[in-house]
Design a protein around this ligand. Sequence first.
Ligand code: OAD
Length: 208
Amino acid sequence: MARIVILTGAGISAESGLRTFRAADGLWENHRIEDVATPEGFARDPELVLRFYNERRGRHQVLVVTQNVDALHERTGTRALIHMHGTLGGALCATCGHRWPAPAVMRVTAPCPACAARAARPDIVWFSEMPYRMEEIWTALRAADLFVSIGTSGNVYPAAGFVADARHTGVETLELNLEPSMGTRLFDAARHGPATQVVPAWVAEMLA
Ligand code: OAD
């Protein structure tokens, strides 16, 4: 088996719109490195230094609401994440509502670890059931500056209704999808193409 150690630096983030430390002008985001990245600089002007890092930290607040039940968002490090349709990794007791990590193979005879009922089911929201954490989602959606819908056909409600709700509250809306979705006309803007192309292009613009 090959053992691999990887060291990364600012260059790996450069194409995501974050400037490297040593650009041609020798400045970091228009500041001299001595002013914002040394103890002496902090002693000289702490307000400037804190403002500088606050800006780096707080540019965007992103909540990802996914209809997907796989764990790919977690694997890419997405921190604020709502699985509105549940997860493949979860088991749910249909009797008492207890949740626990699903074994790789679930069996109908397996008892619930909390109430012992033989009523274990995948922790997935099925058709006709109410998706999870909807209050939280509506609240975040209505407070947002921008709603972006990525890779969804817009066939399944309530997710398909987010664009209309956002629009109604004055939230800007953008669709990124391979092809026009069912509700494409409701979006302020739409870019169509593979996610590997349209998403990084949009992210780079946002971070620029
Ligand atoms: P769909 O399968 O309905 O739609 C997937 C969308 O992704 C389509 O509009 C495709 O054009 C687009 N697409 C495909 N490849 C793409 C690519 N490389 N880049 C960008 N877009 C691409 O899936 P969802 O809309 O997510 O619910 O389906 C919603 C819900 O319906 C699911 O969560 C599931 C399902 O029934 C439940 O199980 C409750």
